[in-house]
Design a protein around this ligand. Sequence first.
Ligand code: NAD
Length: 476
Amino acid sequence: MTRYNQFIAGDWVAPTTNSWFEAVDPSTGEAFAELARGSHSDIDRAVSAARMAFPAWAFRDALERGRILSRIAQRIIKDQETLARIESTDTGKPLSQARADVLIAARYFEFYAGAVDKFGGSTIPIPGPFLDYTLREPLGVVASIIPWNYPLQIGSRAIAAPLAVGNAVVVKPAEEASVSLFTLAAICADEGVPSGVVNVISGFGEEAGAPLAAHPDINHVTFIGSLKVGRLVAQAAARNVVPVTLELGGKSPHVVFSSANLDRAVPIIIRSFIQNAGQTCSAGSRILVDREIKPEFVERLAEGIGRVQIGPGWSDPDLGPLISERQRKRVQHYIDLAQNRGAQVHFGSDPSVGQGFFVPATLLDAVQPDNPVFHEEIFGPVASVTEFSRESEAVILANGTEYGLVSAVWTRDIGQAHRVAKRLQTGQVFINSYGAGGGVEMPFGGYRHSGYGREKGMEALYQYTQVKNVAVFMDE
Ligand code: NAD
């Protein structure tokens, strides 16, 4: 079994606890690697390495940083198959999805490589004999605590955007899936990122995540994960007066009106809640449908999930296992709960393979808004169906959870599409689609308890810089 040490200041360093934990393949339930069990002293070392490396990196030309990021992108593309196999083994995700994740990871580096030398401040026309301009300067050390659902993709955005504008980073991947982050750190070093600019510390949330979030020498925290932990991270950062970006998941609705093109909508909606076994913050897991078309629509969805192939990640099915037994039990609990509260359940095919953490694609029909599955993030291949009879009712239902990450409107009525899009309280709205390519270029983040701050696109570069205003008196 490969053993992964921490990546600190360009070196592979044994954890100060001298203990490791197992990385498990969710398709088989078997361990395949060992990961360093990080603690606060590893975090201290990583933060101080990043602090030391920061000034020189920040003072490099944007062009030069961009070129390094560009080389990382090329290397990720070259190593696509190796990275995809690592990711599929570590997370259980189907190989094709892992391959797509790798290309999106490369795209983050490519996008920010191209963006950074076009990103700058502005000149401001102020009264009097002054020249007034702003500079966009890096923050310093950026701490990123990331989840297990898309480690390589999310890890790449956690590294590419802050690095592009001159920050150094310390990344804490999730204990359930960390291996691809170590591979990525090695690629960054190979392609010219100086020692200490990228550091990766594996370990458990309370042992490694909490000391990173609370570290007095970091300048920004990005957290992606549960609402419960997001609150803790924000509190810890507040004590140090450090800005935070929080991305905390969702309960994203599809609003399907009677004029919708169901031939297009049905397969996209199914994909939106089974992709990555539904363990996606933006999963389209809450389907709201016009009463007029509901019977036909539900029949088509049920037929569709009946065709979903399920199996181990390496066999490249449509649907792989969940990340862990804990997550499988949690999803099963929600399915039982929905059933007990009167939902009608349609299941896709059963995996009947080995010891993996499988749950079939599941549709929960006739879900009332007071059912917990209507409100709570399940994080499994499960969607609820609720009917409405008027547009205004659809909007109230769509906005009827504490989350607000993504939504979709399905209609052929262009006025209705824009009217409803304007009223939905989510950070992204798709019309007659769900997702648009890898989403690297589009700002992404939540309304309400889905979090705050925006990642992806040019918005991320604003998050990872601070503004300095310079006023020059020009009269003699
Ligand atoms: P989590 O929030 O516990 O874990 C996310 C990350 O936070 C991991 O790296 C973890 O080690 C770290 N962490 C945990 N406790 C911490 C602490 N006290 N301080 C600092 N860091 C800490 O999420 P989970 O338990 O893996 O999953 C639970 C639920 O969270 C899921 O079922 C899902 O609903 C949600 N979730 C959302 C996303 C998303 O993409 N928004 C990702 C993963 C999980």
